[in-house]
Design a protein around this ligand. Sequence first.
Ligand code: TYD
Length: 203
Amino acid sequence: MNAGRLLAFEGLDGAGKSTQVERLAAALRLAGYEVVTTGEPTDGRWGRRIREMTGSGEAVPAEQQLAWFTDDRRDHVREVIAPALAAGRIVITDRYYLSTAAYQGAGGLDAEDILARSEAEFPLPDLALLLEVDAAGGLARVRERGARIETVFEREEFLSVVAEQYRRLDRPYLVRIEAAGTPDAVARAIADCVRERLGTDLL
Ligand code: TYD
């Protein structure tokens, strides 16, 4: 069986990740691939605990956040990502461990250490697409879609620090995509990037 491919979307809240996950999945399905879309935080027990925090605005130390996001990812990889990759599917995840490096890094933890531990434990993405918007632009999009702004992560000062953490990340599988444009323009840039990085046979 083929080893599948793992693609991760990353970026600030309101960067447009969920739209682009669906658009890329649709393009790959049209090209004949079996695609699994998924995301973090999951709907599992750790993901629900995380949403309890963001829903209530509860102040939780960054170390505790790191533990919850990591436990959530461990379940996610075991139950969803690893089996799909083993079955030869293309897995597209809306957030993965680079989110932990950037957000909990912004919360004061060592982002490089988080990355190193994550890479030692979890499958590396074949490609991580970092959708770049600034904090104010991201929050404007969150407001536009009518979602409630939560107060743990979705504050402009905090997201500016997250953006700075994302800017510092450097990995061979990490590609930055300018995401302030229209959804069509961003989808085209992503398709070009996937083609270039994963081979023209893919798209
Ligand atoms: P988000 O992608 O907004 O999930 P949903 O829209 O389903 O609620 O993720 C929730 C928040 O969690 C978001 O502000 C980013 C943050 N986050 C981290 O701080 N660390 C992580 O490792 C992940 C995966 C997310």
